[in-house]
Design a protein around this ligand. Sequence first.
Ligand SMILES: Nc1ncnc2c1ncn2[C@@H]1O[C@H](COP(=O)(O)OP(=O)(O)OP(=O)(O)O)[C@@H](O)[C@H]1O
Ligand SMILES: [Mg+2]
Ligand SMILES: [Mg+2]
Length: 529
Amino acid sequence: MAMALRRLRSPTSSLRTPHRLYGTGTTHANTVRRSEQGGPWPGWQVVIGIETHAQLKSREKLFSQTWTPDLNSVPNSRVAPYDAAFPGTLPRLNSSCVNLAIRTAIALQSDIQQRSTFDRKHYFYSDLPAGYQITQRYNPIARGGRLFLPQSNLSVRIEQIQLEQDTGKTISEPRRRNLSIDLNRAGMGLIEIVSKPDMRSSEEAGEYVRTLQAVLRSVAASDGNMEQGSLRCDVNVSVNRQGQAPGTRCEIKNLNSIRFMVAAIGSEVHRQIDMLDSGGFVSHETRGFNEDTGETFPLRSKEEAPDYRYMPDPNLPPILLTADFIASVRNEMPALADEIRERLTLHGLTQQDTDVLMAVDSGNEVDFDGRLNHVAVTYFEEVSKGRNPKTVVNWIIHELLGQLALRKKPFRENPISVEQMSGLIDMVQSGMVTGSSGKLLLRQMLDHPSSEAPSRLAGRLGLLANWGDEFLERLCSQAITDMPEEADAVRRGAPNVINKLLGRVMRSSKGTADPQSIRRTLQKLLSMP
Ligand SMILES: Nc1ncnc2c1ncn2[C@@H]1O[C@H](COP(=O)(O)OP(=O)(O)OP(=O)(O)O)[C@@H](O)[C@H]1O
Ligand SMILES: [Mg+2]
Ligand SMILES: [Mg+2]
């Protein structure tokens, strides 16, 4: 059902600041990590825990059969009566969202719960038409788990993974004192991944989000796009003097880039340390981050925290998962980032080449059918079939990616097919064209996309290396060896059969050798007059 864009008077000029219950956390250093060798705040320990909301890459919403919006959707064009909380409408769980949550849980080594339930979390805001959000605070779909951060050498523990609904969007126009509501996002499936407070620096927090992003993409659970809002983080920060108990946490809401998250943590740590140094105390509060000043600011204190009046959702039965079902999801999962990395290492690629290939176009969307987002990895693996992987990766990384970047094109718009790239590399390797002609051909193919074989293009552009007699002789002798009967026939006086041999040499030269020269060479080798 499409609804006209509703205009509501702004009930408040403050920033949208949803939810959150107060909870105390325990802190455990679980491994020796780099940041422990002394950090920017000597004498202080910084403790960070992150709540990540990831939009599930599902065609339909979590509880209605409406299609999820894309970036071009007209506001309020993807709204079912249920999403707008029309009386009498009921939720129906979308199994593909459950599937994607399970995939994420498997990738994070979480313990998938065979029974999980939905709660209503009440709060009142204009883009939440029902007055409550359906979530899984008490019996989440998965508990525990961990995410290993290679650079920090740290394994961050996961508290839980829960399914929940996204809210609509409020577009504020303070000058006109208007709030516009777009319900396209209302009811989309989210997973909230709650980490334990295991991080000790903004660098670790940054690596955590980057790594989580890669995991979500590699299991095709989410686009994980922070700029577009499909991945959003709330960061909890506390400080304590070394050796003392953890301090009071403040939660910084809705950070939508890793850069801002790192800045927000820095500013927040400074603020808390200043406060404690000057004899004050940190009060538990929810804060926002001002991107212009680079500072955090209070949104609401613990006392003002809403009472969410959690209650089990009476319209939704528990999710019951059999062990067989969980195993079947596991079996159909695409390769995890770690597995791809391992495979590429087996091809003999360096860590750096691997990183570059895996990062290509990572900002792009994952497919609904769960295909991997590692487009450049797939391309590399196709082209390197039967070829030297090192040569292929050099062509892809240094030439192809370099030239695409110059043209400001993402890899997805690469017009050179696997066959064309393979042909080009073969020509350079066999000496049919020189390395620099090969690069020229590549640029030509990028600027004038077509399905023309690179060998033809090279012929057309006069880029073929000078065909020495020796090389042509080699191809001709090979044809004679491969076609002994035809060769004999020519020798015994059937001159026209030479055309068959000629055809063979044309093919093996990929159409680039000159037919007259081939004929002459064949005649010489077959001792014809
Ligand atoms: N002392 C602490 N310092 C920093 N982070 C902490 C500390 N204690 C707990 N945390 C982190 O705070 C986060 C709490 O998230 P959780 O979703 O459980 O509760 P919440 O923020 O109260 O609820 P809501 O989901 O409604 O926001 C976790 O990521 C946890 O690791
Ligand atoms: Mg929170
Ligand atoms: Mg939370």
